[in-house]
Design a binder for this molecule. Structure first.
Ligand SMILES: C[S@@+](CC[C@H](N)C(=O)[O-])C[C@H]1O[C@@H](n2cnc3c(N)ncnc32)[C@H](O)[C@@H]1O
Length: 250
């Protein structure tokens, strides 16, 4: 089990507009004909899965996510007829290989990319394609630097003394090598800056970007922490996303 944090699927579903906008660009790269079977790897609350299903009038989607709360939210959004599974991608084994894999904003939450890519490769049919995007090298460096000044304050420092950031923000060269080693015949990987100004910065930071920090704190310190973070960041809040884009073929 590779879980590094918990997710609140209902809140994520409500405020993840910026993630949806990024994810729709990745979906477009798959250029589907409409008959494929597509795995959404790390489907979250299903916002992108819903858009994916619209492109599969004669196909099918399988949504996999480790978080039961996210899959519950996805079920509410997509209804009972959609194939959604609570599953760690590092333990992924499908009954039949799929034609394509879509994954958005997920891989950087997983520390072992070698194993992840082997699992995803095994889930694809010969000639199958994967389009993915996740946080990449340098992602939220500016934001993290500012948050570090808050974490250094006395009321937080002790609680973060042994804390290690959970993200795996990989670079394109190492990722390409890993994909080829996992068996993909071709892999294009590139970093793209994608700064975002979320509409609901407090909830967006607390639920998504700084979720691991918030979960490290006792409940009574969490709102205070977010006040301190927002004071430090000032306005507008800019999340300096740098995304790692992957297009790979088996
Ligand atoms: C930021 S959300 C992205 C959700 C959705 N793809 C989107 O773009 O809105 C990241 C998701 O990755 C899932 N995740 C992280 N590690 C995972 C793993 N090892 N196996 C399956 N899902 C995982 C989390 O549970 C979470 O739902």
């Amino acid at each position: 089990m590779s879980r590094v944090r918990d997710w609140d699927g209902a809140t994520y579903d409500r405020i993840s507009g910026p993630m949806e906008a990024l994810g729709l660009e990745v979906l477009a790269r798959l250029d589907l004909t409409g008959t494929e079977v597509v795995l959404d790897a790390g489907c979250g609350s299903g916002r992108i899965t819903e858009a994916l299903l619209e492109q599969l009038p004669n196909g099918r989607a399988i949504g996999v996510d480790q978080s039961a709360s996210m899959v519950d939210a996805a079920r509410r959004r997509l209804g009972p007829g959609v194939d959604l599974r609570v599953l760690d991608l590092l333990e992924l084994e499908l009954e039949q290989p799929v034609d394509a894999i879509l994954s958005t904003a997920t891989f950087h939450w997983i520390s072992d990319h070698d194993l992840l890519f082997r699992r995803l490769h095994a889930a694809l049919r010969p000639g199958g394609r994967m389009a993915a995007q996740c946080g990449g090298e340098g992602n939220i460096d500016i934001l993290r630097g500012r948050v570090a000044t808050v974490l250094a304050r006395e009321r937080y420092a002790e609680r973060f003394a042994d804390w290690r950031p959970p993200w795996n923000y990989a670079g394109p060269t190492e990722t390409r090598e890993r994909l080829l080693a996992a068996g993909f015949s071709s892999a294009e990987c590139r970093l793209t800056p994608a700064p975002r100004q979320p509409d609901h910065p407090r909830e967006f930071l607390a639920t998504i970007v700084l979720g691991p920090h918030v979960q490290q704190l006792p409940v009574e310190l969490r709102e205070r922490f977010m006040d301190d973070v927002l004071d430090t960041l000032g306005e507008p809040v800019v999340v300096d996303y740098i995304r790692l884009n992957i297009d790979a073929v088996v």
